[in-house]
Design a binder for this molecule. Structure first.
Ligand code: ZN
Length: 263
């Protein structure tokens, strides 16, 4: 059985900063969120690589992208540091069929906003409140092996309205102690690629050590790895018309071919 090739990308900035907040983050994730997720997701059917922004080619040389079935993305304060040329290369791979799993503050990443085309804004509040995550689509592969709902004891609130396209397919919905609600697990299709966004994962709490959260992400990387049928990614050639056209072309005597040439 061939393994699902997963690449976990993390900006790895908060984990290496100075001060008490960074020390708390390091107490949960001593080698960074990417390496913690690699440990937690470890399974016989997965081949997992963990990379970060500070690596050559920002952690994602083309050969690695070409060898990735699902890319997992965690970013926050370093979104602007990600080169547009890298975003172009990731977008192309997703349209060709690579899966993308975007976590927590990755809602504002260049790649997520590029793929969705919307502002992806949301309400937020950081007071260490409780979150209850509800399964909404009970049959969805990403929801399997989980209880109907589970609690994250301390979290950062992400609330509606969430600025994502209206076709978002909701797999999980969250309720927060402070009263807000949020579409916390949503899927999209772009070209042959599948995309999943999952909001839990604020870095000052050990959320990626919680078994239910790890289960969701594990389900998601396997689901997203199964690409959709190949998508048409270039403009079609001039179509020969399967039926006879009887209409008289008012432009028949004029050569319009120049309109279709690239400027
Ligand atoms: Zn956060």
């Amino acid at each position: 059985m061939s393994k699902v090739k997963v690449t976990i990308w993390n900006e790895n900035i908060h984990e290496r900063q100075e001060g008490p907040t960074a020390e708390i983050i390091r107490s949960h994730y001593p080698d960074g969120i990417h390496n913690a997720l690699r440990e937690e997701l470890a399974a016989d059917d997965l081949e997992i690589r963990a990379v970060s922004l500070d690596m050559p080619e920002q952690g994602l040389p083309q050969a690695l992208l070409d060898d990735t079935d699902t890319l997992v993305w965690w970013g926050h304060c370093g979104h602007a540091k990600v080169e547009d040329s890298l975003v172009d290369r990731i977008q192309k791979r997703i349209l060709e069929g690579m899966g993308l799993v975007v976590l927590h503050s990755g809602h504002y990443s260049k790649i997520f906003r590029r793929m969705l085309g919307t502002h992806c804004s949301l309400r937020w509040r950081e007071v260490g409140e409780k979150e209850r995550v509800w399964k909404v689509d009970m049959q969805h592969p990403i929801a399997q092996g989980l209880p109907d709902s589970f609690v994250i004891p301390h979290t950062e609130m992400y609330g509606e309205p969430f600025g994502i396209p209206p076709e978002a397919h909701v797999v999980f919905m969250s309720w927060y102690e402070g009263g807000n609600v949020f579409r916390s697990g949503v899927t999209f299709q772009r070209g042959a690629g599948k995309i999943f966004y999952f909001s839990p994962g604020h870095e000052t709490f050990p959320i990626y050590r919680q078994p239910e959260v790890v289960r969701v992400i594990g389900n998601a990387v396997r689901w997203a790895a199964q690409s959709l049928p190949a998508a048409q990614t270039v403009c079609w050639d001039k179509d020969p018309a399967p039926e006879t056209v009887y209409s008289e072309n008012p432009m028949a005597k004029v050569d319009t071919s120049a309109l279709h040439k690239k400027a």
